[in-house]
Design a protein around this ligand. Structure first.
Ligand code: BV8
Length: 229
């Protein structure tokens, strides 16, 4: 069975990573349009760099949870070719939970992108202090994340995986942000089965053949057990 799994902030919520839209979530005090856009970066690079520097530093204080670990078990048992894991999250908890093939369609916190020479580098520390690019030396590094209005990564491969899969599963996302929110429509359009695992009803719940309510650390291990039975 070939499965595409899409995850959102809800899969990392129980690790202590704030979600975007739940009460007290990430956007509180920060309107997404004031930090996660190229215009915001042009207008106030220090504010935007600090926003990502803080989130990058916070990664050291969180650990993967049972949902991340269950998805890594699914990859190991199913085999890498039959599971396509795409995440909207820019944290590295899927990797630290044991997943070896993770497609970060919105980029990664622990990566920097040089807008002078286009090189990308793994990055653990801060960017607000304008460090030199390791490749070209210029102080033009930005977070390697996809902002609103920018083109997500891996779209062609994601569409191919959605076309070829038997099952599309969405975990921990509000279904607000496109094009990720449209993946379920793409899967249904190709006659695939679709399943949502989420704490609350999402904007796309009604599009899924089946939707289960509950925390990811309970729903995901139980679902993986079902698939591997
Ligand atoms: C693009 C990276 C063109 C940065 C992010 C008008 C209408 C429709 C669309 C648009 C429009 N105007 C503009 C657009 C397009 C726009 C968009 O969708 N805007 C929205 C706001 C209307 N999209 C874009 O600009 C994208 N680019 O469209 O380019 C294109 C299109 C196709 C092909 C080529 C080109 C780029 C968007 C990327 C923005 N970057 N992140 C950063 O992280 O700072 S978005 C950010 O929010 C996340 O990455 C994530 O993708 C997104 C949504 O967040 P969620 O993950 O869903 O989290 P949220 O808090 O919302 O929900 C959490 C869910 O978890 C909840 O449902 C909750 O119930 C659940 N939950 C909570 N706890 C648990 C749980 N579930 C289980 N267990 C728990 N314990």
């Amino acid at each position: 069975m070939r499965i595409v799994v899409l995850t959102g902030a809800g899969v990392s919520a129980e690790s202590g990573v704030p979600t975007f839209r739940d009460a007290g979530g990430l956007w509180d005090g920060h309107d997404p349009m004031t930090v996660a856009t190229p215009e915001a970066f042009d207008r106030d690079p220090t504010l935007v760099q600090r926003f990502y520097d803080e989130r990058r530093a916070a990664l050291a204080r969180v650990q993967p949870n049972a949902a991340h670990q269950a998805l890594a078990r699914l990859e190991a048992e199913l085999g890498g070719d039959d599971l396509y894991l795409v995440t909207q999250n820019i944290d590295d908890l899927h990797e630290r939970g044991g997943s070896r093939r993770v497609h970060h369609m919105h980029g990664r916190l622990r990566a920097a992108w040089c807008t002078a020479c286009d090189a990308r580098h793994d990055w653990e520390t801060t960017l607000v202090d304008r460090p030199p690019c390791p490749a070209c030396g210029s102080p033009q590094l930005r977070p390697d994340v996809v902002w609103f209005g920018e083109v997500p990564y891996d779209m062609e491969a994601i569409e191919e995986a959605l076309w070829a899969c038997d099952l599309f599963v969405s975990i921990g996302t509000s279904g607000v942000v496109y094009p990720a929110a449209a993946f379920v429509h793409y899967a249904i359009g190709n006659g695939r089965q679709t399943l949502e695992l989420n704490l609350d009803e999402s904007d796309t719940t009604s599009d899924f053949h089946q939707s289960r309510r509950g925390p990811a650390t309970e729903l995901v291990p139980a679902w993986v057990d079902e698939v591997l039975r």
